[in-house]
Design a protein around this ligand. Structure first.
Ligand code: F0G
Length: 419
């Protein structure tokens, strides 16, 4: 079996060694051309509750990391996330068949666990002793957890004061060395890359091709849940663009293995305050110009210089996809609709629904098309944003669906008058 790391720029192939970038500076992609697997093989594993097939990532192990041995796998039985629909969401989007795949149900509360189980397992396979990442909060929470499970040291760079409390608390609690950088995510990313080179730390941002391999499992699992029948659209929030890249790679692989017949179109949705990828797509540019001062309430995707823009643009072109941007107002109102349907998500995740609503209004998405949104993070990651929305404390946002708490004295009659 040949497994190699291929540069998407110069085409150079490397053995699967300890490396996350090509010598030319290009992004690497895992290539395993000899793998064959059928729907029947994969469906038969659904009944298997034993490790590793009990994990919604390692169930697809040949398509994700064909080289790894069972005792090198660091897993928290990630994946196996539910798909929801609700009348309120369909009405809000203006689409009849719209579903939410809730990646916030992963062990640390975000989709990052799918890539992280593979990245940390690879670190173990390579004999690394320390792993690191820069993060807007979810990657660091996930890295901290999986590194602790593996007994590896974890180093995390986060933009000071800019990540949601739920996420910061996870990094501290799981025991990662957490450095708060006086700068934004892009500064943190540039610094962690240098720090990892200098200090023999294995970099586990989504620039690392094994992270992308794990994140592909969102698409494998989704399509298997849908009986291998592709939806017309998959909508997802976009920041550093690892997830867009992973979705596209998974879909292309499923198509070439005849697991699916039709390629779903991807809608990659950015926050308008941090939308360099949207601008690149809209202007038809061949290179990305970084946004200097990214700003959005969806701190998870507050990124001005996404590392994976090149492979993500290849994905969008390859699946006839689109890139959209949505305002913080649109994100928070869409989030309120998802929350009030009893599902709930963190702000960035709601960019997917906000994007679908906008693309429906402009006629890009049709009412009778089948849409799946990926909800990337759990509602409890960022309670501050939720409470501030419902109490009308967000600057520049008028909450269309506010449900503020009502103050009452400790007497029943007074309370009854309020009801
Ligand atoms: N949604 C959530 C909840 C995220 O945490 C992220 C990224 C994204 C969407 C965007 O995914 O970067 O692959 O395009 N969070 C990273 C982090 C940057 O550090 O946790 P992407």
């Amino acid at each position: 079996m040949t497994v190699s790391l291929l540069c998407i720029d110069c085409g150079r192939a490397y053995k699967p060694e300890r490396r996350w970038q090509c010598e030319c500076g290009g992004l690497l992609e895992v290539s395993a051309p000899d793998i064959r697997i059928s729907r029947r093989d994969l469906d038969s594993r659904l009944a298997d509750r034993t490790f590793p097939f009990s994990s919604g990532v390692w169930r697809y192990r040949e398509l994700i990391h064909p080289l790894i041995a069972d005792d090198q796998i660091i897993s928290r039985e990630e994946g196996n996330t539910a798909i929801y629909s609700h009348r309120k969401i369909a009405e809000y989007a203006g689409v009849d068949d719209i579903r939410m795949k809730h990646e916030g149900q992963n062990p640390t509360g975000s989709f990052k666990d799918r890539g992280m189980t593979v990245g940390v397992s690879e670190a173990v396979r390579l004999g690394c002793t320390a792993v690191g990442c820069a993060s807007t909060g979810n990657t660091s929470a996930s890295l901290a957890s999986y590194a602790a499970r593996a007994g590896l040291k974890a180093l995390v760079f986060i933009p000071s004061g800019e990540i949601a409390y739920g996420k910061l608390s996870q990094s501290l609690a799981y025991g990662a060395r957490t450095i708060q950088i006086k700068g934004n995510f892009d500064d943190s990313m540039a610094l962690i890359m240098q720090a990892c080179e200098k200090n023999d730390v294995y970099l586990l941002n989504s620039i690392n091709p094994w992270r992308i391999e794990g994140q592909k499992a969102i698409a494998f699992e989704l399509l298997q849940q849908l009986g291998w029948q592709s939806p017309d659209w998959i909508a997802l929030p976009a920041g550093n663009l690892g997830n867009t890249s992973a979705m596209g790679k998974a879909i292309a692989e499923m198509k070439s293995l005849n697991l699916i017949e039709k390629i779903p179109r991807i809608a990659s949705v950015q926050a308008s305050g941090a939308s360099p990828f949207y601008r690149m797509w809209k202007n038809g540019s061949s290179v990305l110009s970084a946004a200097e001062h990214p700003d959005t309430i969806a701190t998870a995707i507050k990124i001005g210089n996404p590392v994976s823009w090149k492979r993500a643009m290849n994905v969008i072109k390859g699946c006839n996809g689109v890139v959209e941007e949505v305002t913080d107002q649109e994100i928070m109102d869409a989030k309120a609709v998802i929350d009030a349907s009893g599902i709930g998500c963190e702000p960035a995740s709601a960019a997917s629904l906000a994007g679908v609503r906008k693309l429906r209004a402009s006629g890009v998405i049709k009412r009778d098309e089948r849409v799946v949104c990926i909800l990337t993070g759990n509602m409890l990651k960022d309670p501050t944003a939720t409470v501030n929305y419902h109490t009308n404390k967000l600057e520049g946002i008028r909450p269309a669906f506010a449900n503020p708490p009502v103050a009452a004295g400790a007497d029943l009659e007074g309370i009854m008058r309020l009801l």
